[in-house]
Write a protein that binds this ligand. Sequence first.
Ligand code: SF4
Length: 993
Amino acid sequence: MKEVKISRRTFLKGTSATVALLSLNSLGFLGGNTIANATEKIFEDWKYAGWENLHREEWTWDKVTYGTHLVDCYPGNCLWRVYSKDGVVFREEQAAKYPVIDPSGPDFNPRGCQKGASYSLQMYNPDRLKYPMKQVGGRGSGKWKRVSWDQCLAEIAEGIVDGLEAQGPESIIFESGPGNGGYVHVMAVHRLMVSLGATVLDLDSTIGDFNRGIYETFGKFMFMDSVDGWYFGKLLLIWHMNPVYTRIPSYHFISEARYNGAEIISIAPDYNPSCMHADEYIPVEMGSDAALGLAVCQVLMNKKWVDYPFVKEQSDLPLLVRKDTDRFLSAADIEKGARDDQFCFWDSKNNKVVKAPLETLKLPCDPALEGVYKATLLDGKTVEVEPVFNKLKALLDSEYTPEQASEMCRTNPDTIRRMAEKCYKASGGIQVMVGWNSPKYYHGDLIERAMCLVLTLTGSLGKKGCGIRGWNESLFEGAFTQIFKQKIGLMNLTRQLPLMRRVWESFKKEDPTISDEMASIKQERVIDRNMVNYTIPAFLYYNHSNYKKAWDNKAWHCPTMKREFKEYYDEAVNSGWWDGYVKPEKDQTPTVYCWMGTNPARKNRGWEKNILGSLWDKYKTIFGFETRWTTTLLYGDYALPCAGFYEKLDTRFPTPHVPWLTLTDEAVKPIGECKTEWEICLMLAKKIEEAAKKRGKTNFVPRTPVQEEYMPFLNQFSVRDAKGNVEISKLHDWQLMGSSGKDFDEIMEDALQSSVMLGNLPPGTNLKYMREHGIVRFVDVSIFDPVTMNLATDIKPDEPIIPLTWHTGEKKVPYPTYNRRIQFYIDHPWFLEAKEELPVHKDNPKIGGNYPLRLTSGHQRWSIHSIWVSNEQLLRTHQGRPFMFMSPEDAEKRGVEDGDLVRVFNDFASFKIHVKVTPAARPEKGAAKPGQVIIYHAWEPFMFPEWKSYDIAIPGMIKWLDLVNNYGHLHYWRWNWCAQPIDRGISVNVEKA
Ligand code: SF4
């Protein structure tokens, strides 16, 4: 073969493996010899072969494994083939092997996005964390020193034991992210923190993804169809979602739905990228969607375009409300010894009050929806009562006609009527495609309650192609939480379900009318409070940080909050509503902070003003499990470098949206000195034991008492003794979970087997199968896990997951709400005081002050949260720096031009950012109609001048009603009913910098 002369540069371009090797070498990831040997060999091979070998080399590899991305790119779960050579991953490609489920619709293939396609570059990005590090020049100084694992973990362990001794277990604060880092490895860190008795901050209340209004209405929000169900909808209302940006692998189901006759409407304040692909764009004022939704309902009710049988059977609209008290008419009101949480219908045929059954949705009569009636109370007194439907109709007719609503939401009345007619025509087939934008508005619950009302009036729930969605991290949950929360030690004895069953059955015995789902929620509350120390961060923030200053500022709350915020807070705490959850207590100073899979300095609203300088300074030891240099890490004390997504065995957290368990495998060894979280936790557990032993300490006493009746269970859930004390000498053994501690395969195998045993995964699923196939579809839900139970459906092998069928189908299982029906009327005294007993519209409060613009946000297209935001390749696909959208009108008023650097400010803080002028943003129209500026998240604060990101101007208010915790389902449990600092619709102004 003729020798071809070719420059070294061209040669290097030719083989991806070589490029990867060289770039790694230049960044110091590999030893000099490794790179020299590898490149020389390739170079030698090539020299005598010819240019064809460029391509031959490009398509050679040592190994192909399955991989996915362990991030909250919800719903994710895309399966990739990962190609590695000489210990380096050099490319990945979509595996595209999802089987056809429902032949009448499209399949899932291929799944993937540009972030996933560039993860092999991301794992070698210059900001990859490779070694244990200690900050030696003070937090935020940037002066770091490389230390050994031994030193790093020993010092952290000393800090933890200091904290345990000085302030008790609750003073150790753990904050985790939404599954970033892998399902099993996240749980490994959780397990260690729970064992220590640390305060575990609830996930949803730190990320703000709790759909409050859906929860208020259904008693749950973690239900949804699988994304292939979107194809079967008749009318898809994209509402508080931007799927073109955020659902890249699933978006095709939306566009393909048109082939099935669906119509797509996008409802948003700005003409976002999803609007241009819709059949109709309906503009709405920021945060005023409740007015639009309620006006649609007003038209539906007045035209009698209502699915009456559905409304009567499924919702609380026929339940009677007393006109004298505005409370539900209860069975106890009319019958001696009857329950006060059972409510009543008006039997329209026999003209009398009839009790609504508690254990079923089956109707005992034909309940009236309209009219006012008289009911006789136990004391002989007669009171007027009316169905919720009647009250609602009167409210909508008086305040939410299309013309009235148009004043609030700036949507044309004719557009509202047209939308109502489309909803009527699509009855039984409307999908409200809501994301996690609405819950981040102050009155997001009202917005979602209005959406749910549209769906309920049109009977668009529990059928193929319709419904609404929250998020759900479940299906596998049944098995994995059993393992990590309850495993008692021996492998293959993971399944101590009898223990769970005893708690669960005790609730069923106590009240035989409750459903399995309600029992599993109650059981979860027991676990969260007593065994895993979950709590909302509101107490930590209010007692120990500067959030208090913001929350106590009445001017930044809704004017309908009648009393001072502090009064509500005190009432909620002093009434005992949150007993067991207020941790650390007011006089218990936080001492240690640990995070994993999250970036709190980027994410926590107003972090720099609210936490840095107050709560942050109280922590004596701060450490994080990280794969890269985040802003949070830059403010920390110790960096624990973790294996990347192709450097360890794990699964992506599963979800009903994409109901496959998806494996990622160790394609290559972790780079530098990185280790898996599992390994790190084992090592850290040992160090903590040693540090305590040196001080002669064997146990530590938590302040939060365990509920007496659950004390016997406690030592089966954690390293607690019979008195509830943390037995520190057992930490390492507990963390092993009965495994040898040497081979993570054991853990994964056990998890898979447990899931098979619980019936979540099909028989025959094991690690060998997963390594061969990469994915496996779930076959059932677990009755012991409330999150999976919230789906309330049976998974079928040949159709999309359709949630809620246990309620809407033949079973007629009640909903887990206070009144056990789809609940639109909330008669809690605080809701009555706020006039939010029914869904209403309320304007955004002036959070941050009285300014003419409102800051909104959403997920950006080029990164999953901040994980890819510094990726060199992706930075080249956009402006490569933080930017803010602004309307031409508002820009011109301020002399701002495209590309200008501006200062954004309010009464809370200010920051600088570049502007992108676009007519897609809403301009200001007079004092009552603010203009819009949009910053898609999630830029790292260190990308802004002085590290001041847009988050700094967000005070992070919480709505006072979220502090209720004594009303049926308005009662905290993991990820549910958790007050969350909001970040949308913030008042700001802009000036040229
Ligand atoms: Fe899929 Fe998420 Fe990976 Fe993108 S980052 S390919 S959405 S798993």
